[in-house]
Design a protein around this ligand. Sequence first.
Ligand SMILES: NC(=O)c1ccc[n+]([C@@H]2O[C@H](COP(=O)([O-])OP(=O)(O)OC[C@H]3O[C@@H](n4cnc5c(N)ncnc54)[C@H](O)[C@@H]3O)[C@@H](O)[C@H]2O)c1
Length: 432
Amino acid sequence: MKLCMIGTGYVGLVSGVCFSDLGNDVICVDKDLKKIEDLKKGIIPIYEPGLEELVIKNYKNKRLTFSNNLKESIKKSDVIFICVGTPTKKGGSSADLTQIYNAAKEIASSINKFKIIITKSTVPVTTGDEIEKIISKKVSKNKFSVVSNPEFLREGEAIRDFTYPDRIVVGTHEKKSNQIMKNLYSPLISKGASYVHTSRRAAELIKYAANAFLATKITFINEIANLCEQTGINVEDVSIGIGLDKRIGGRFLRAGPAYGGSCFPKDTKAITSTADKFKTNLSVIKSVIKSNEKRSILLLNRVNKILQKKIKNKKILFLGVTFKANTDDMRDSSSLSMIPALSKKGALISYYDPTGEKKEFKKVKNVKFEKDFKSAIRESDLTIVHTEWNDFKSINFKLLLNRKKLTVYDMRNIYSPNKMRKQGVRYFGIGR
Ligand SMILES: NC(=O)c1ccc[n+]([C@@H]2O[C@H](COP(=O)([O-])OP(=O)(O)OC[C@H]3O[C@@H](n4cnc5c(N)ncnc54)[C@H](O)[C@@H]3O)[C@@H](O)[C@H]2O)c1
């Protein structure tokens, strides 16, 4: 099939590349000229394990192309995926759909034959209806079909998630569109992915409900971890003890910092805002948002306690600043609130991240990037493990000890408290 991906970000690029690897002809379009020029040279704009090889392979065999020319790309394609951003509206909580509606207008002015237009972006219920209205102002309704096909891939595992999804959700009332979507995904269905055919509005809601549920699970275990800290219990034992119950499941039950990233914070806000619009109160999700927003303050209070209320001039090292491992995505990472708050209190912050220096901290006072995290640990008064990169899991702290005792606040519980204490480290974890 001939596919066009509008938006070559985390979702558009990964799914475009994977679709081309399945044998389709894919044009990945972006309005960011530099991104497209770089991709043509084999320079990948994001950090995603395995992506570079797949881009180069499919670009070389000409099934994958990159373009800035949206009109031409739409004309050449039968299936158009909208993969643009849907961030939170400035000063509000609903989703900003400007990029979606702009893409819809551009599609409307380029339709030359029947097209299936698919929202892969996460969009609030009824967005598909709006897109249909926008396009039908210019094009007769029998020349296009608007389908919802939300994406569930996780950054850091994106290629595996795309290739082996638990389910593929397709929302459309039209038989023909459903058949085309089924054909497109048939290589994944034959490998075991469930194909869920539903209404367009239900597909839109499924994506938000899934993210809100996962955010709730994380927030739930984070609050249980708070109770564990007060009662001398190891939260890891509680996670195992409840997670083995098949009705609950063990995933997303790791206590840690506030959830962040490009999806959970904005999607939990957007679903409550949609519910408010339809006069329904999603009180559980609202309290999840509040609890998560307070979490960084809670962890900073613990830092204050660990440093015996003497933060000023203390050397604090952050290991990892992205919202999770195996991605360079800084969107809504909890480090973005914790590092400036500590710097305001006079701490001397340094940080190391395997994906390099971050522009977000360039203007924050007393914050520097470290290239060598092992010698930075030696120099620090407190090392905070913020992101669970594998690089940090095998650090031999015993070898790094110098005259003073090392203090480690392991916000991801990646070390064994006993082993750390045996190595002579003053160790603090989350919920234990
Ligand atoms: N990042 C994830 O892990 C993830 C997972 C599932 C779903 N989603 C959803 O997918 C959508 C995209 O997310 P993302 O992280 O890939 O965003 P992103 O910001 O990384 O990429 C969006 C891209 O779209 C481009 N763009 C915007 N308008 C355009 C236009 N009119 N023409 C051409 N290009 C245009 C931008 O330049 C940008 O490169 C969002 O709705 C998000 O919620 C994201």
